[in-house]
Design a protein around this ligand. Sequence first.
Ligand SMILES: Cc1ncc(C[n+]2csc(CCOP(=O)(O)OP(=O)(O)O)c2C)c(N)n1
Ligand SMILES: [Mg+2]
Length: 361
Amino acid sequence: MAARKTTAKTAEGPAAKAADSKPAPKRGSNLSRDELLKFYRDMLLIRRFEEKAGQLYGMGLIGGFCHLYIGQEAVVVGLEAAAEEGDKRVTSYRDHGHMLACGMEARGVMAELTGREGGYSKGKGGSMHMFSRERHFYGGHGIVGAQVPIGAGLAFADKYLGNGRVTFTYFGDGAANQGQVYETYNMAELWELPVIFVIENNQYAMGTSVKRSTKSVTLYGRGEAFGIPGEQVDGMDVLAVKEAGERAVAHCRAGKGPYILEVMTYRYRGHSMSDPAKYRSREEVQKMRDERDAIEQVRELLLSGKHATEDDLKAIDKEIKDIVNDSAEFAKESPEPALEELWTDIYADDVPQKQAQDQNV
Ligand SMILES: Cc1ncc(C[n+]2csc(CCOP(=O)(O)OP(=O)(O)O)c2C)c(N)n1
Ligand SMILES: [Mg+2]
């Protein structure tokens, strides 16, 4: 079988633009005011939520690992705009943004971070282990790359059921060097599974930059060896992410098999809360924040397109702040899980310690 062509989307050159006599449509003009406002609100919720999580971590209210998503908000928000009800998602440990973007409650996510009963895993999972069948969110996985075959499995089930759903399987640039990713690519293409492999290329895997870890830095292109088409997209531009997401979804729903999106993004914070980030300069981070920030770009579009005034945006900022503060209050007030919870949600029906406890020995 001939491999399908990998399509790289590149910006049009000046010559192409000059040849086009019609004035270019204004960026974002194909989107409604409501859609732009939703982008703004959803990305801001993730940013403020993560900032608050960082504060609670600093106060000792969150234990264990905690990987913040600040800087990458446009990836999930753009792709969720291309998804339909019933589509699935699965991701790594950097997962709070994915949960909020797919409609999980800020209260339940924050309470899980603080290990409280009101959390999505009753306080027993923490940052990396939350699930919501209701919102079709399948985790939260701490093992790098482990969610990739799981995503293909979810897509296999959908194909088997013939329900027209697609699965967004997110992983990082570091995970893209894992062997299981390529075993999964092979099977997914062979069985034409409706799975979108989303590589969140934030340029670093812990302290290792992509350039230090791999020679072939266009990660989506690796799908070509398996016949999987894909493209690279500017992950700081939520509009571009949504459009690329729509192409990927259309491909999958048409029964043509998997699709790869390499979304070029950047995390502003360290790998996790304990990362001093000595492997990159402050200037590099500041430049991204100043020149490429996804939320600022949408803010600019809203204001320049006269879709919203400064006061409208202030009101949204306040609304988001209230949701986040409320989630933190809820998380602090929710009790720790009861001791008996140690024996629930586990694979074994009965365990020796529990038997001993029941028998009072
Ligand atoms: C199999 C495995 N190896 C190593 C680790 C330790 N580890 C945790 S995150 C990480 C880097 C992954 O980077 P990337 O895939 O780019 O995702 P990002 O953290 O940038 O979102 C590593 C090596 C792990 N959790 N699992
Ligand atoms: Mg990375």
